[in-house]
Design a binder for this molecule. Sequence first.
Ligand code: G3P
Ligand code: CA
Length: 228
Amino acid sequence: MDNSILKIGHRGAKGHLAENTLESIKKALQLGVDGIEIDVHRCASGQLVVFHDFTLDRMTNGTGEVSKHTLNQLKQVEVKGHCQIPTLSEVLTFVNNKCLLNIELKGHDTAEEASRLIAFFVEKKGWDYKNIIVSSFQKELLQTVFKINKNIPLGVLTDSNLDNAVAFAKTIKAVSIHPDYTMLTHEVVENLKKDFKVFTYTVNNLKPIKRIKSYGVDGVISDFPNRL
Ligand code: G3P
Ligand code: CA
């Protein structure tokens, strides 16, 4: 197996501890990941919080839309396993440029604040742009980041149409394509790699992990990064 394939913990280490929490991110770091993927939403008071779903119900003792709660309110909510919802700022501080951070813009209106925070952490807190990738399924969000700051590396997520993703990725000078792993064959990866890095998700079982790695992808995102 190629050791240069980046091991990326999905939502921290989702297979081990509550996703998108500092505890899960700490676990991923302990497992020796090269990178960590997280999701962000904008809350009602404007800060970006690290959370996957649009609503609180599945993962917390709260209910309703994340974007309708202020940060104060979200901090009162308990994530399964006695954890708290972290802000993107807290995660950037915690990871502290120790590995790649793949920030997926999940919620509406997240691009401006993500761009501002990333620039702040690069200029003032010792982060390198090369340790950041901002990805999204939502083209407008990536276009906004591209307009604001050309130094931020961008990745295009897709679970449906690779040609479309590639065509769009060229317009925003994306560095990577992030396809659902079920879309990949050896030939597909070879083609994508002519212009982009390939970071694929979410590969958890040993058989597909072996197969996907044999295609020569650049990184694999997994709930169990220790299996990579
Ligand atoms: O970034 C890869 C992957 O996390 C995208 O899907 O639904 O797990 O955010 P999802
Ligand atoms: Ca994600």
